[in-house]
Design a protein around this ligand. Structure first.
Ligand code: ZN
Length: 238
């Protein structure tokens, strides 16, 4: 099954926090989008693997993604090595996306920067025909996505471009709040962490609003890119 966009996240909820407004918008424009989570977020302070599995299924439904898979890598300890790269290459060749979205290039959680480099390296390697992979007994064809963009999550990173997500902010918040075990809940008896504060939950909206302010729209999500951006004409820029 070919997808237009494949979004990777080190943990279930990374994609929702970083780029779900963009994903919801692209889906409404007719694009086929899939999400691949590298781990089940099993080291998260709150919740459990079972709870997070059902939360990510709910978020996927809210966004309307075509597929969502989990690679069961080890939260906190996965590496950017051959074994892990091959797992990502299998997914890229399976879904043949034109575009890949992945974690922030560096962030507070060490898995984000690590996952970002792992996915980006695998996108390059996936295009090399002499790297052979099989899925369900069938040899896969080499495939390299045209572009890799990194969303922005916890840390403030200067974006290379912004996507106008005006009209999709409610959907973004709805998909984030599907992870009810993870974020601000005044009734929770579980331990607190930086992402369970009210300030963090509010920041998801006010940061999108602030970036929107800077680019002249209501809400926006920022991305960084590994190569120069090109447009067909100046008029393509907002
Ligand atoms: Zn994360």
């Amino acid at each position: 099954m070919k997808l237009d966009i494949l979004a990777f996240g080190a943990h279930p909820d990374d994609v929702e926090l970083g780029c779900s407004g963009t994903i919801a918008k692209e889906i409404s424009l007719g694009k086929k989008v899939g999400i691949i989570d590298l781990t089940r977020g099993e080291l998260g302070t709150r919740g459990s693997v079972e709870i997070r599995n059902s939360e990510s299924a709910k978020a996927s439904e809210i966004l309307g993604v075509t597929v969502r898979e989990n690679l069961d890598m080890r939260d906190g300890f996965f590496l950017n090595d051959e074994a892990h790269q091959l797992k990502i290459i299998e997914m890229i060749r399976k879904y043949q996306p034109e575009m890949v979205l992945c974690n922030a290039i560096s962030d507070r959680h060490i898995d984000h920067g690590k996952g970002s480099k792992l996915v980006s390296d695998a996108c390059f390697l996936s295009g090399l025909v002499k790297i052979e992979t099989e899925l369900n007994g069938e040899k896969q064809k080499a495939w390299r996505p045209k572009v890799v963009y990194h969303y922005i999550q916890w840390q403030t990173i200067e974006p290379d471009f912004a996507v106008d997500i005006t009209g999709y902010m409610d959907k973004k918040m709805e998909s984030v709040l599907a992870y009810s075990s993870q974020f601000y809940d005044p009734n929770s008896k579980e331990p607190v962490s930086p992402i369970t504060s009210k300030n963090f939950l509010n920041s998801v909206k006010y940061r999108a609003q602030d970036l929107g302010r800077l680019v002249g729209v209501e809400y926006a999500e920022g991305f960084t890119t590994e190569r120069y951006l090109a447009v067909n004409s100046l008029g393509d820029l907002k």
